[in-house]
Design a protein around this ligand. Structure first.
Ligand SMILES: [Zn+2]
Length: 415
């Protein structure tokens, strides 16, 4: 993407058709508005003609000719940093090989752990940076990035340092520690000892280095139980860190209640979540993050109970869950399409899911809507109806992105 505004981050967007999403999954569409961004924040939004750059030489004016303007998109769940890929495992799965055979063939999450441990930090940075660049072509301005392919202090540190390096003018990065992703082989099946190691050694050192914004853990039959995860999450909360949980992707663990006192900012996947857990979620402010691209890639028949989550007024977010094993997807727009087609979300719910509700899933309230005081992060689209954002598959109608008032335009996407 090329930068087309001047060095100033002050910009006046004129002739905008603002699409503003709400937590409840509805949207409000404006008409001919101007948006003034100064010092990185949205300062004013006015009807056309009433807001002018006037004689302020430092304000760049961008006439978007009536195009739809949404908040910059937020991918609130990714595993963006890793080495290697799992294409061989994909080919094996397609011809019906069992998980055991795939493991014997060198596949599975621990193969990514091995490659990531071996990779130098510069290589990991280069790989993740290239992926992030591609993700921005679909309108992304904020991405959450998890660790969890190190599973030891050295490599978790390396991954989270890369996440901090990725944070910059073209996209904002929120860093999540996911030490409780899988049990590394050197612990020989001893999950309790591994949790002790994470709680007493890894987490304190990573927080001392200011590398962690959020702490996440994988609660499922193939990973850890609620009891195993509790000391880890309780330590995180005691350090002032918000928690998130990969929950009930592959089976019903009936465990939301075990975490509810820790007020998770989100629980993610939820294909098998039960009624009791949903009713408990409804007592708090936890966001449900749905990942249709992983569901598609794994050919899962079980779908998250969207109707019930809606009934209880639980905010719905969508994410790519970008990772090499189960969701090698870089397009949030594709996640929106699949959220609609596979899970039955409406196009306006899909937009809320990658903006306002994705922000809340990350515990931030300064982005995800086009409002005064919010970060100056926008996506500007070449579409005739915002429904098209969920309609196209594999194509991006992005016209430009704005990050903190800096305008990025990809010439190849303009038409
Ligand atoms: Zn994940």
């Amino acid at each position: 993407m090329s930068l087309c505004s001047n060095n100033s981050s002050d910009v006046l967007i004129t002739n905008a058709t603002i699409v503003n999403p709400s937590v409840d999954g509805s949207w409000r569409i404006g008409d001919g508005e101007s948006i003034l961004i100064k010092d990185g924040l949205i300062r004013e939004i006015r009807q056309q003609g009433s807001l002018k750059a006037q004689d302020d030489q430092n304000v760049t004016v961008v006439d978007v000719a009536g195009r739809f303007v949404t908040p910059g998109l937020i991918d609130c769940h990714t595993h963006l940093i890793y080495a290697g890929n799992r294409a061989t495992e994909f080919a094996d799965r397609i011809v019906g090989k069992s998980y055991q055979e795939i493991l014997e063939n060198g596949g599975g999450i621990l193969s990514t752990v091995e490659e990531t441990r071996r990779a130098p930090i510069d290589r990991l940075h280069e790989l993740a940076s290239t992926r992030l660049e591609r993700m921005t072509r679909f309108g992304l301005t904020t991405v959450e990035v998890k660790s969890g392919y190190g599973l030891n202090l050295e490599t978790e540190t390396k991954m989270l340092k890369v996440a901090r390096l990725l944070d910059g003018p073209r996209a904002r990065v929120i860093s999540t520690f996911l030490g409780a992703h899988s049990l590394p082989t050197e612990f020989h099946g001893d999950k309790v000892r591994y949790m002790d190691y994470l709680v007493n050694e890894v987490l304190p050192k990573l927080t001392d280095m200011n590398l962690v914004d959020i702490v996440d853990g994988f609660c499922d039959q193939v990973a850890f139980s609620a009891n195993e995860l509790l000391p880890y999450f309780e330590r995180a909360k005691s350090m002032g860190l918000p928690i998130r949980v990969h929950l009930d992707q592959l089976g019903d663990t009936d465990s939301f209640n075990a975490f509810s006192h820790l007020a998770p900012i989100s629980v993610d996947h939820l294909e098998y979540i039960n009624d009791r857990s949903i009713e408990s979620m409804a007592q708090g402010n936890t966001v449900a993050v749905l990942v249709p691209t992983a569901s598609y890639f794994l050919k899962q028949q079980q779908k998250p109970p969207v109707e019930k989550l809606r009934y209880y007024g639980i905010p719905l977010a969508l994410a790519t869950d970008h990772n090499p094993g189960t969701s090698p997807v870089e397009s949030l727009l594709l996640a929106m399409n699949m959220g609609c087609v596979l899970f039955g979300l409406t196009p306006s719910e899909a937009l809320s899911g990658v903006t306002i509700n994705a922000a809340h899933a990350l515990g931030v309230s300064d982005r995800g809507r086009v409002d005064c005081g919010m970060l100056g992060d926008l996506a500007i689209w070449d579409v005739t109806d915002p429904v098209e954002l969920s309609y196209y598959m594999g194509h991006t109608p992005l016209w430009a992105r704005v990050v903190g008032g800096m305008v990025f335009r990809d010439d190849s996407s303009s038409r």
